[in-house]
Design a binder for this molecule. Sequence first.
Ligand code: PMP
Length: 406
Amino acid sequence: ETQLDIAKIRKDFPILTRKVNGNPLVYFDNAATSQTPRQVIDTIVEYYSRYNANIHRGVHALAQEATEAYEEGRKKIQQFFNAAHTHEIIFTSGTTHSINLVANGFTSLLKKGDEILVSAMEHHSNIVPWQMLCERTGSTLKVIPMDTDGVLKMDDYKKLLSRRTKLVVCNHVSNALGTINPIEEIIPLAHAVGAAVLVDGAQSSPHLKVDVQKLDVDFYTASAHKLCGPTGIGMLYGKQDWLKKLPPYQGGGEMIAEVTFEKTTYADLPYKFEAGTPNICGGIAFGAAIDYLNSIGLEVIDAYEHELLAYATEKLSRIEGMQFYGTATRKTAVISFNIKGIHPYDVGTLLDKMGIAVRTGHHCAQPVMDFFQIPGTIRASFSFYNTKEEVDRFVEALVKARQMLT
Ligand code: PMP
């Protein structure tokens, strides 16, 4: 039984008291975006009420306060992921932006015949930027296959690795299946052939303690909106040496040292990658979200979410025609499933009528759906503010939906 005071935690999330279609909201779409605690909302209100100003150049008090709070946010992120330096944390708009920044940077480093390995269970945002990079450079994208449990085939991965491999890109946790990938094995194997590794941490960072130094990962990404923070802000961790080697992604203000019409020199890290006025409030609120998660503790969060996962999996498996996707033993609290003979979209629509929010569709991972030869799944993803009572309501609603649709 969890040590968490769930009733107290739920009071931190104003949205959890609202009704949807006349029923109390059950929010099981946490893998798409997490809800926002009062502490983060208050931080946003305080910023715009008290010290909204542009950063890094103003001499006035507001500009200094805003700069300090923004850089404090960066420091909190550094500590959260245990990066060696604050300047290894680049503020981005989210994981998608982080991946595009790296993929763009590799344009001048790759040539025809080079290979990029990508896992079979990636989100589109960790596929498309690499395809675009391959188009620019003549490099080839190769896929690390998975088995029907949604587990990567490590023997195939080892066979794919060669001196041609320049990059290995993989998510830490699959958003479509919940699988936790063995990145602690994937990373050293890639390094052994001289390849760099980018890990998409969009789905892992809210649940697992990540130590980028211990992992020895070259690039790691996160999106604040999956970590109880706001949308439009995220981060790229990059090893200092890599970030120095990569060219800037966008040009503009903030990212320069000196500009003349003849020649421009770039600012030091991290500013080289942060052109223009950034999402200042977002960076500050990202820091507040990390404070909030730390105040509860990722280990306690993970243990409780697994309690919910086991409880829900057991109850759901009693429903007739239930088909689960992603049955890895190491997974986060994500359940992807279908009920035989029923389209996932119809189930999702009926659940919404009963106040229950789940995701239906391909989850921006069409290759995963193609692998299982299905149009999509119903995905319930749990967070630490969810309860077993909510799981019960969800299961009851599913039984009802199934009766109506068959
Ligand atoms: N990768 C994974 C595994 C994700 O789950 C998501 C978000 N669904 C992304 C990348 C993209 O993140 P964002 O939309 O925040 O850029």
